[in-house]
Design a protein around this ligand. Sequence first.
Ligand SMILES: Nc1ncnc2c1ncn2[C@@H]1O[C@H](COP(=O)(O)OP(=O)(O)OP(=O)(O)O)[C@@H](O)[C@H]1O
Length: 263
Amino acid sequence: MTAASPGAVEVRAVTVRSGAATLVDQVAFDAPGGGFTALVGPNGAGKSTLLRAIAGIEHAASGMVLLDGEDLLALPRRARARMLALVEQDSSTELPLTGREVARLGRTPHESIVGGGDPASDAVVEEALALAGAGDFAGRDVTTLSGGERQRVLLARALAQQPRVLLLDEPTNHLDLAAQLDVVRLVGGLTARGVTVIAAVHDLSIAAAHADAVVVLAGGRVVAAGPTEATLTPELIGGVFQVAASWTRNPLTGRPLLAVGPL
Ligand SMILES: Nc1ncnc2c1ncn2[C@@H]1O[C@H](COP(=O)(O)OP(=O)(O)OP(=O)(O)O)[C@@H](O)[C@H]1O
């Protein structure tokens, strides 16, 4: 799995401005195709803004996002939505739609504008709801769902898009412990099927245990990027997050676990 593997995403010098402020500054990194790249950094580092820029929702003042060499930012929205999906943090859904109807919106980029629904899409939607763990409340009005339940419906909508690249902004936010493990397992299943996942992650233990690569952002800039273990050193974490950090092992899984304390 290299940056040049199928599905690799090359982010090239992406800059996002708001008025006089530069929120994302010349950000560049490679996300391996069929891999999980974790975007980490302190609050306000620019993770959400960068994900929105990669998705083409936030206007990038400059830069490119190449998927197999094609610039996604230069594509029409519908064509881009056939390749890439974003699950935002705390997206509010005020429309009185059922979970299933929201998930079905993920099929829109694939369906003919005049032809109406595609029956094959129904199976895709049901599979997406099941994969996201949203099957139990698919019939409920989404405005009545809890934060975690709504998060799963939005994940189902993104899966129904059948994207080659899935962007997740804090996918374990709102989720209870078992549901967090479900999401991690789901990401593993998606990458095994060749989907390239780029996710903003606050839990560095999750990043260390599961991500193939990490990109560390601070102040809108990349301060480190590369293979997870070599990049997420205690020294780097200490400097970026202003904590004392030490890697240990999760006694239950044997995977890396971050211990933190005050400096
Ligand atoms: N529309 C905007 N106008 C001005 N500043 C903004 C705008 N949107 C975001 N910002 C600022 O840009 C910076 C980056 O915000 P962003 O939400 O991308 O950070 P983040 O790394 O995702 O943070 P968190 O971990 O808290 O979710 C923050 O300082 C934020 O206040």
